[in-house]
Design a protein around this ligand. Structure first.
Ligand SMILES: Nc1ncnc2c1ncn2[C@@H]1O[C@H](COP(=O)(O)OP(=O)(O)OP(=O)(O)O)[C@@H](O)[C@H]1O
Ligand SMILES: [Mg+2]
Length: 116
């Protein structure tokens, strides 16, 4: 099995005493496009913010190409992410971390991940 591009394993994010997301597991392989769906407040934005390093995770592990993102700044996460080279040379600025996955995989067929 190939190494996943992005892997979340048991990720938890807390806002104060409240766990906004708990035990998030997600694997994105090369060429996959993954959608994250759920009702309002389910934790979609929080999960993406944790991947981007905008909020810290309080448990679990997030790996980009096998390397832990723990203690990395959101800037360095963007630098090491798929598609970062083309993004740096684009005219639309450097703070577009959320677009990274789609940018890296947009020419491939969609695969959908969902949870209730
Ligand atoms: N800055 C914050 N401080 C405290 N609680 C927060 C904060 N941001 C989000 N939450 C809480 O964390 C939980 C997950 O919220 P989040 O915004 O990640 O959900 P979402 O799936 O993106 O929702 P929506 O579909 O409305 O965008 C919710 O209970 C929300 O109230
Ligand atoms: Mg949201």
């Amino acid at each position: 099995m190939p190494e996943p591009v992005l892997e979340l394993d048991g990720v938890e994010v807390r806002y104060g005493s409240v766990a906004a997301v708990r035990d998030v597991r997600l694997r994105v392989d090369e060429g996959e496009i993954v959608g994250l769906i759920g009702p309002n407040g389910a934790g979609k934005s929080t999960t993406l913010h944790a991947i981007m390093g905008v909020v810290p995770s309080s448990a679990g592990e997030i790996r980009l190409r096998g390397r832990s993102l723990r203690r990395k700044s959101s800037e360095s996460i963007g630098e090491s992410s798929p598609g970062s080279r083309s993004r740096r040379t684009s005219a639309s600025g450097s703070r577009r971390g959320a677009g990274t996955a789609g940018e890296a995989t947009r020419s491939t067929p969609p695969t959908t991940f969902s949870r209730s």
